[in-house]
Ligand binder design. Structure first.
Ligand code: ATP
Ligand code: MG
Length: 390
């Protein structure tokens, strides 16, 4: 298990995908792009927030109105940003009767690094985190996208539906490429297209994600729409579902992210969690107020406490008042540790049984393969490629 650290962003991994002058950053990126670490523009974010509210209302009336498909890259263990940003929503929706599929995006690990790393262990740890958080493998299929060839075949028609210029404009691709300090690979550039294949192969129409993913979901919508316009309706247009904390910040004040080393891991122990929160960045003002634009780090801790305890961050701030950052941090550590206690115990038990985790993955892969094969068949039929169907 990785111990949560308070170090700044990890340095660039050694090596680049090519040599010599190719390691210079492409011209399409500017210094301003470094600010776009959480991806989406304000307009996209506003629209997604409004849609999320509308969808929540729809789901209360009919939980089967949407199919949830979402996932994570196996680049490391899951953290509090995942839990609050998307995982808790997946569990809630599953329990409300919404069909849920979770994609482990293993090919996407090599979008911003050269080597996939210890995938087998990381994938098992992801499955353990999912189940420990409450995903039920009877109801929710969990699978790695490398194991479903039909899914990957969707890439070819999808790539024909977007321009290279559109891909270059994607703010999340730009931000992640810049953060990786590597030459922009064709895999990174086409990241949102693979993600569209992940979502659409299982006919996903709702994608619980953090803010950074909004530009990708937007492109998945464009791909679905263009495919339908060109070949006849095969896909629904997927919508993002944001949680109350669309960007959880790490202990250094930047987006909490596996590869930045600024995380509170779901699998960390209570002392590690308390130490990481104590070292988290805050500002010098004594009085605690909830003011996200002016005081992002303080607002982040209040948002975490609010999301985990179902309370309004502004009320929590009022209660702490002049208690200052030390009271806020003590409260945050206590609430996080209490909220994750059961999850952490279950996680430990699950990790002790890798055979069971592999079974869950195999079962999910079989179910996802059936869904993806059906989708591919419909895609081929729509494109006139159904040569052998009689
Ligand atoms: P990496 O650094 O390897 O990209 P990550 O921590 O960004 O890892 P991902 O696997 O890229 O995690 O993201 C999986 C899902 O979790 C996505 O829906 C993403 O939006 C969400 N997510 C990740 N980090 C956060 C965060 N800090 N706040 C809210 N949601 C998050
Ligand atoms: Mg990420």
């Amino acid at each position: 298990m990785t111990i949560p650290t308070v170090t700044a962003r990890a340095t660039a991994p050694p090596g680049t995908i090519s040599t010599g002058t190719a390691s210079r950053l492409p011209d399409t990126r500017t210094a301003a792009d470094t600010l776009a670490v959480d991806g989406a523009t304000d307009a996209t974010f506003r629209r997604a927030r409004q849609m999320s509210e509308r969808i929540e209302a729809d789901l209360r009336v009919d939980p089967t109105a949407y199919r949830v498909v979402t996932g994570d890259r196996p680049t490391g263990d899951l953290h509090l940003g995942h839990y609050i940003g998307t995982l808790a929503n997946r569990v809630r929706l599953q329990n409300a009767g919404v069909p849920v599929t979770v994609v482990i995006a293993d090919y996407q690990v090599i979008t911003d690094r050269e080597r996939p790393g210890p995938l087998r262990d990381r994938v098992r740890a992801l499955v353990a985190d999912y189940l420990a958080a409450g995903l039920d493998p009877q109801r929710t299929a969990i699978f790695p996208h490398s194991a479903v060839p039909a899914l990957n075949q969707l890439l070819l028609p999808f790539l024909s539906l977007v321009s290279v210029a559109e891909l270059h404009r994607n703010p999340t691709v730009k931000a992640e490429s810049l953060a990786s300090r590597r030459t922009l690979s064709a895999l990174m550039l086409t990241y949102p297209v693979h993600q569209a294949a992940d979502i659409l192969c299982c006919q996903g129409t709702l994608v619980p994600v953090g803010k950074d993913q909004l530009p990708h979901i937007e492109l998945a919508r464009v791909i679905a729409r263009r495919f339908n316009d060109r070949y006849g309706t095969v896909f629904g247009e997927p919508e993002a579902l944001l949680s109350s904390a669309p960007v959880v910040l790490g202990v250094d004040g930047a987006k909490m992210s596996k590869t930045r080393g600024n995380t509170i891991l779901l699998g960390a122990d209570e002392d590690q969690t308390t130490a990481a929160i104590r070292a988290a960045r805050t500002d010098g003002l004594r009085r605690i107020t909830f003011d996200p634009p002016a005081r992002p780090s303080v607002a982040n801790l209040l948002t975490i406490v609010g999301a985990l305890s179902g309370r309004e961050p502004a009320r929590i701030a009022d209660e702490i008042g002049d208690g200052g950052a030390s009271v806020l941090k003590a409260l945050a550590a206590e609430v996080i540790n209490e909220s994750l206690r059961g999850l952490r115990a279950r996680r430990r038990e699950l990790l002790a049984d890798p055979g069971y985790l592999d079974e869950v993955l195999l079962d999910g892969t079989v179910r996802a393969s059936v869904a993806a094969a059906e989708t591919l068949e419909r895609v081929r039929a729509a494109m006139g490629m159904d040569y052998f169907s009689g």
